[in-house]
Design a protein around this ligand. Sequence first.
Ligand code: XBP
Ligand code: MG
Length: 256
Amino acid sequence: MSQLKALVFDVDGTLADTERDGHRVAFNAAFAEAGLDWHWSVELYGELLSVTGGKERIRYYLDRYNSAFQRPEDFDAFVAELHKSKTHHYTQLLSEGRIPLRSGVLRLLTEARAAGLRLAIATTTTPANVSALLRYSAGDDAEDWFEVIAAGDIVPAKKPAPDIFVYALEALGLPPSSVIAFEDSAHGLRSALDAGIEAVVVTVNDYTRQQDFSDAALVVDQLGEPGTPVEVIKGPDTVEIVDVNALRKLHARVHG
Ligand code: XBP
Ligand code: MG
């Protein structure tokens, strides 16, 4: 039986609830700064999250919801510039400490490190966003806790494609059977599964709670804190908190 060696974390929606009050607000600030009358409401943004990647999401919005917009000559440069401005607004927002880590995340990261488990990140978001989130929500050294930070355009295809998890596994030098992946969305779950990772823990959020997680090993509302038991949506209802002990049992259950 393979041994659990590493935990691989998605970022947006998993480490922190970043989409509604973070990325969405930053997109709208970038649109306003560019003099565009675009506004992504909480509801519309939930629809747009069906496309991963901020630049891809802007294109999807124009294709699907604003086809009348007169696209500039160099459309690629326009999208890249707009997304760069959005990333500036987003990292600024993070620097004001407005997006905390989700319940149980810091606890689990600390426990995992103490238990000698290796840590990695596999995310669609821009690398600068990962650095800013870790720095401002967990401290200046938090980025160093992760051996591998696989993020954004480093791979050709974004989630639900498996590329980013494959990249992280190769960088760790580990087979899929020796890791547990943590995700928040159906796209992320599919990406991890198609990279061969069978043990996936999903922590749902308001945007993803209704999605299909039938192939996840464990689906909970949060990783939990002592005294704040998790709500088990799918998986062993004996799980009260997602800690290293629970993860080792989950890994053994999945890998026999
Ligand atoms: C979520 C995404 C990202 C963010 C926006 O990534 O799809 O595109 O919504 O970040 P994950 P960017 O759940 O894989 O962490 O604008 O930098 O893409
Ligand atoms: Mg996510």
